[in-house]
Design a protein around this ligand. Structure first.
Ligand code: HEC
Ligand code: HEC
Length: 356
């Protein structure tokens, strides 16, 4: 069984842990990031690195971190470079793999020294649209989120100030940081460049998109269309949570996995009983590529997931009333799975801009 223990992962969502941040650099960077929240955002439309798909809203880049090609190139190099981890063995891309829509194929990923984390690595497709990060939603910006895996013992087990020192010894990185942000490698440059790359991970060219937004009514088979109708039906209620262009309303819900959760979900952040075992509703885009499923990677297949919702899940005081159970025929289950698989975007995973 999973042994969930509260860890430094939450050090800037939990004020009690703030004393762990000893670096002045780090603190000043975090406060700058906080101030930026209120600043007007730069609206990004299109470039050779990201195209906003039909049916998607514009993508906002923060004012202090507008898109530039230099920032993107640096961020991508950092994302795939194990130099960010203590023993230079693990990169962001080790757990967020392009071929898996920037998720992983194991229930829990390995960090430095093979250490195992507490949660399943989520897909980063369309991450630039999320209003907050992690499954309890405690991190407000992508820039701040970069610090989480850097510190986490089961991920990079390192420190952003030490990473900056490492990069400063590398003339290539020094030149790239100068070009991108007009400064030598430092936490500001590292967190912002990686976030710029992450914001370009936009996925909206699945066959479902071709059918729904690009006017190609032949893009889905009749089985997939039947599955789509089931998905959006009131009876199944999937789209009461997995709604909108990114198939999530970003709310925190309990979908009835356990009577007793080892992972307290949103309550880790708020300490409120009403938030116990609530998790951010995940996107279902590329879900055919991101098995295993759920916060702990406990479900291996989409069939398992559907049988779970059919059963109505197990009793929990915070279980959503929308998870109430329903009945499907074998064929309907297949159709629903076919629809979920039609959300896979192969243009996205094969895009040369997304490879190391
Ligand atoms: C050892 C595996 C591992 C590594 C390395 C790793 N991550 Fe993650 N990442 C995870 C896991 C697991 C989660 C889910 C944590 C949670 O939900 O609380 C996550 C969550 C995220 C999220 C939030 C997703 C969401 O839906 O809210 C972002 C963004 C992210 N990682 C980016 C990165 C970046 C950038 C790096 C490199 C600096 C990185 N990750 C390195 C495993 C990893
Ligand atoms: C009450 C809101 C709600 C409803 C209704 C709902 N889900 Fe979910 N769904 C969630 C939450 C929350 C999770 C994540 C749980 C976790 O991380 O443990 C999830 C996870 C999933 C996952 C796993 C995704 C991943 O990347 O791990 C799939 C697939 C899924 N749901 C499909 C469906 C389908 C199909 C339906 C309709 C039959 C449905 N959901 C109905 C809230 C909901």
């Amino acid at each position: 069984m999973l042994n969930y223990k509260k860890s430094e992962n939450f050090w800037f969502t939990n004020l009690g842990c703030l004393s762990k941040i000893t670096s002045v650099f780090l603190l000043s960077m975090i406060f700058m990031a906080c101030e930026d929240d209120d600043a007007p955002a730069d609206t990004f439309t299109e470039s050779m690195f990201v195209e906003i798909p039909d049916g998607f809203p514009a993508l906002d880049f923060p004012e202090d971190n507008a898109f530039s090609e230099e920032r993107y190139v640096l961020g991508k190099k950092l994302f795939f470079d194990p130099i960010l981890s203590r023993d230079s063995s693990v990169s962001c891309g080790s757990c967020h793999r392009p071929s898996r829509a920037f998720g992983d194929m194991v229930p829990l990923s390995n960090g430095v020294g093979g250490a195992i984390g507490n949660r399943n690595s989520p897909s980063l497709a369309n991450i630039g649209y999320h209003p907050y990060f992690l499954r309890e939603g405690g991190v407000p910006t992508l820039e701040m989120q970069v610090l989480v895996p850097i510190q986490e013992h089961s991920e990079f087990d390192f420190n952003v100030v030490l990473i900056a020192e490492r990069l400063a010894h590398d003339p290539i990185y020094t030149a790239m940081c100068q070009k991108a942000y007009g400064r030598d490698p430092d936490p500001f440059c590292i967190t912002r460049a990686i976030s710029t790359f992450e914001r370009t991970l936009v996925s909206g060219d699945s066959r479902y998109d071709q059918y729904a937004f690009q006017g190609d009514i032949s893009a889905l088979t009749s089985a997939e269309i039947n599955g789509m109708d089931l998905f959006f039906s009131e009876d199944l209620a999937c789209s009461s949570c997995h709604s909108g262009f990114n198939f999530t309303n970003y709310s925190f819900e309990n979908n009835g996995l356990y009577e007793v959760y080892l992972d307290k979900g949103r309550a880790l952040l708020t300490n409120q009983p009403d938030d116990e075992a609530l998790f951010k509703v995940p996107t279902l885009r590329n879900v055919g590529l991101t098995a295993p499923y759920m916060h702990d990677g406990s479900m291996e297949t989409l069939l398992e997931v559907i049988l779970h919702y059919e059963s109505g899940g197990v009793k929990h005081v915070n279980k959503s009333p929308e998870v109430k159970g329903f009945e499907l025929t074998n064929q309907e289950r297949k159709d629903l799975i076919a629809f979920l698989n039609s959300l896979s975007d192969y243009e996205f995973i094969n895009d040369p801009n997304h490879q190391p």
